[in-house]
Write a protein that binds this ligand. Sequence first.
Ligand code: ADP
Ligand code: MG
Length: 727
Amino acid sequence: MSTLRFHAIKDTFNRPVVDVKEPARRSEIFGQNVFNDAAMRQYLTKDSFKSIKGAIENGSKIDRSVADHISTGMKEWAIAKGATHYTHWFQPLTGTTAEKHDAFFETTEDGAIEKFGGGQLVQQEPDASSFPNGGIRNTFEARGYTAWDPTSPAFIYGTTLCIPTVFVSYTGEALDNKTPLLRALQTIDSAATAVAKYFDKNVTKVNPTLGWEQEYFLIDKALAKSRPDINLAGRTLLGHSSAKGQQLDDHYFGSIPKRALDYMRDLETECMLLGIPVKTRHNEVAPNQFELAPIFEETNLAVDHNSLLMDVMSKVADRHNFKVLFHEKPFSGINGSGKHNNWSLATNTGVNLLSPGSTPMKNLQFLTFFINTIKAVNEYEELLRAAIASASNDHRLGANEAPPAIISVFIGSQLTNVLDALEKVKNGKLSPEDKTDLKLNVVGKIPEILLDNTDRNRTSPFAFTGNKFEFRAVGSTANCAKPMTVLNAIVAQQLMKFKVQVDGLIKDKKMKKDDAIFNVLREYIKDSKRIRFEGDGYGEAWEKEAAKRGLSNNKTTPVALKEQVSKKTIKLYEDLGIMSKVEIEARHEIEQEEYAMHIQIEARILGDIARNHVIPTAIRYQNILIENVQGLKDIYGKDFKNLAGEQMRLIEAISGHIENINKDITSMIDARKKANKIDDAEKRAISYCDDIKPYFETIRYHCDKLELLVDDELWPLTKYRELLFTR
Ligand code: ADP
Ligand code: MG
């Protein structure tokens, strides 16, 4: 095994420079492999084009005969671009993307043709029995179907035409991440449009926008393969920290290493062809950690683009002899990775509803959406926490790394002052003087550009950053659909309540519209004070304070997930038509199961590495020491102890660590056996979390100690310094 380590290191020294071809202008290739407006205009009849645009913009149905036209146009376009196959591309609850390729090719009586009918475009039946469904589908009807989502354009990847689809069971329950997301997006569209009409009658549609920032690690492929834990779990389960880590910040502030830059250039060209508008790339804090961010897009498309990107990233990495680590915490002792979700609301009239404006009226609109969002987060902080819970994200949230497991909102000092002033708005109708004062001194004083002032806090899980909210607690492996479903659903519900209250004051109390709005907002500011936190987002002091405020602090996934099946959540989703109780409970079970399996797999890997790699190596080294001591004794007789004292202490220390490792692995296996007997998915997950996971720390501790004692030449596992600093 140690030979594998040294072979791997040697491989990295001989990496050839990968040839990277970039277009002179990215704009010229942008979206070339996407069935976008330009392609549709070329390949579709006017009527088909109109029909598909109608479906995208107003959700109107596409006629079956029109679908036949569209599929034919799509096929011709795809074949002209070299595609031979098509697939329904969807996002099952495993968190990745799934596809099953079918050739366009079909035989006929007198030969063969390329065929792709409307039926094949609109609906497919993948063999779905192996995707998780949480008991929704009985085994005898293990069937679900995928249905075309025209709001996300088809694209070609490699030689396959990929058609974004939803994945639902025969009885209509969602089996994927996209279906509830689309329902939440529709809901917030109508709720936000109704409120936006208070300020501008021309608003007929509101699109939630999403700009994600993807953090990741790049490790040489051979080094990654030399570690069973990275290979199977995507993270290191043991390994002593490197003498040099991120202390000097030299990676963050240094230039992007050449090999990584070549990878990024290649990756970004692929992104351009696929219409993923990537814009920013930079080094992150930890060695070999990087970030990539696009220009924000409409949420459904942005979610699809992030899923697609993660897939493309892994494929391009292979060409560059890298492995991408998306895990939230691949290495202990240095920073982990997140995926900030920047979110806002954009109207069809081109206005960002979370952007302060140049007039008091525009600012009242801004404040309305701003304060409603804070109120929604306040009411559903625990559900937001649940939406980002996963075994891997537990290593960040609540593990002394920003952001914490407590959801709070950061808004910056300027907006804090504005909300403080608004809190003093008079109850009931406002006098003309009150209004002038408000407009001049409060609402009128919000500067149009808030960006610089508000972005200073870096630790808040949910921060307002000038013209958008940034949900920072999302994990780097996450599918953005989950947090985006929750965020859009809770804000939608909040905006509906707001509309009812404002309309009520206008009708029953005969208030003017802006009086009514001010009055409702004032109450919201008071109600949601506890969620606002401007301090450093982690540490014991904040935990105490948050507990006093009644905020949840769910540090582990099995506990955090519970909120997904609370009465309150079920009511929210059922009221808004986003998910039924059956769908919610099925999803919950899948996630609890997934958690237990995750920990189970890691426990098995750790047991294997510790028992079959670490202990035998330690014994081999111990034997060398024993031989040495024996030799000294042979030569020096009874004086040998003066010369062999250190060796003997080492022999004993090694035995001590081996004993501890063995003892803990045995106990861990026993705990697993017990946990596996638990039928209830939630209880089993809790047992894996409380009874099994704690052994990871102690086993690792002794293995890492052995790493420091054993001869480097013998050590089989590629070390942290090699993983992080070999380029
Ligand atoms: P950082 O957070 O690293 O300082 P920026 O604040 O410049 O970076 O932007 C981060 C992300 O925010 C980008 O992906 C950008 O597209 C996105 N973003 C900017 N405006 C909006 C918006 N109105 N809605 C959604 N995302 C946005
Ligand atoms: Mg950011």
